[in-house]
Unconditional design. Structure first.
Length: 309
């Protein structure tokens, strides 16, 4: 059997631009949509290059157990020494923000103060220990799931015991120090093949759900899917910062080949890293203005990996 590139994912809309880029290169590939299925652990997997694009927000699209199934598939591939890009370590960090922060801190990368909670009353009790204001977020998230800003513990308690409270899919809610950006923006650094590709400035003035993909669900009201009155995603020309080297080292240590890493700077210029997204997407409007295309570069990298087998 000839070797191929295998794309492991659960969101066809997000994956379509990559498949188009692979078609342009005439690269052989197979689309593995991991919602349901089966594998035989007594058989060897096919040969090729396997790119894991599993998302922490899969449950919002009805694919509740896709990450768990992907974990089994990646273990199977790795046991047979297949080339896996964004391997099982990357998946582990994708679906567990608490572990993300622990790994980032171990790498010497500063993160906002974060408390990990299970249980509504425990969440409220933990809030008494947090400096105000603070935010909540889901441990297995993506797309800004569960992110809410609170200025008092009482406001949090009212929310937690209301019908509006969002139960996290894994039962873990994070309490996190709120970092205020003087420009109401964050910076997202994109890495392809473990190397820095570009940085994009993201306007956060309208909210926290900041998926850069052109194809997002209709519920993602803050995604740049149609015309916007403000330029939400803007690629920064000649971005250069010492954090890039730290990020590249972090990615290499954790089996991550493709990722978007987000940071925010406060009014004193302190830099806090708060998200590692291993199922990274790109915004075509922003990319067309600088003639840099993430999915095309990923396709090129995957094809080179396949040729190197």
């Amino acid at each position: 059997m000839d070797s191929k590139i295998y794309i492991i994912h659960e969101n066809s809309e997000w994956t379509e631009p990559l498949l188009k880029a692979l078609d342009e290169l005439n690269a052989p590939y197979e689309d593995w949509h991991i919602h349901e299925g089966h594998i035989d652990l007594t058989e060897a997997p096919p040969t090729g290059v396997f790119y894991n694009r599993m998302s922490a927000s899969s449950h919002t699209r009805g694919h509740r157990f896709a990450p768990e199934f992907t974990s089994a598939i990646l273990a199977w591939l790795e046991e047979h020494d297949r080339v896996v890009l964004n391997n099982s370590h990357a998946l582990d960090l994708e679906i567990n923000k608490a572990r993300q922060y622990s790994k980032l801190q171990k790498a010497g990368i500063k993160t906002p103060k974060t408390l990990v909670t299970v249980g509504k009353q425990q969440l409220i009790d933990a809030a008494h220990k947090m400096e105000k204001p603070f935010i909540t977020k889901h441990n297995r998230a993506g797309k800004g799931l569960g992110v809410q800003l609170f200025h008092t513990t009482e406001a949090l308690e009212n929310y937690v015991y209301s019908d509006q409270f969002e139960e996290p899919i894994d039962g873990i809610t994070l309490l996190q120090q709120y970092i205020e950006s003087p420009e109401a923006s964050i910076t997202r650094c994109e890495f392809i093949g473990g190397k820095f590709f570009y940085a994009v400035k993201v306007d956060t003035s309208e909210g926290f759900e900041l998926c850069p993909a052109d194809a997002c669900t209709i519920d993602d009201q803050f995604c740049m899917t149609t015309e916007n009155t403000r330029e939400k995603f803007q690629i920064i020309s000649d971005f250069n910062h010492p954090i890039i080297k730290q990020y590249e080292q972090f990615l290499a240590r954790n089996g991550i080949h493709f990722a978007g890493i987000e940071f925010i700077q406060n009014t004193d210029g302190e830099l806090f890293t708060y998200d590692v997204n291993t199922n990274t997407n790109y915004n075509s409007d922003a990319e067309s203005k600088v003639n840099q295309y993430g999915m095309k570069e990923i396709a090129k990298t995957l094809n080179e990996q396949l040729k190197a087998l």
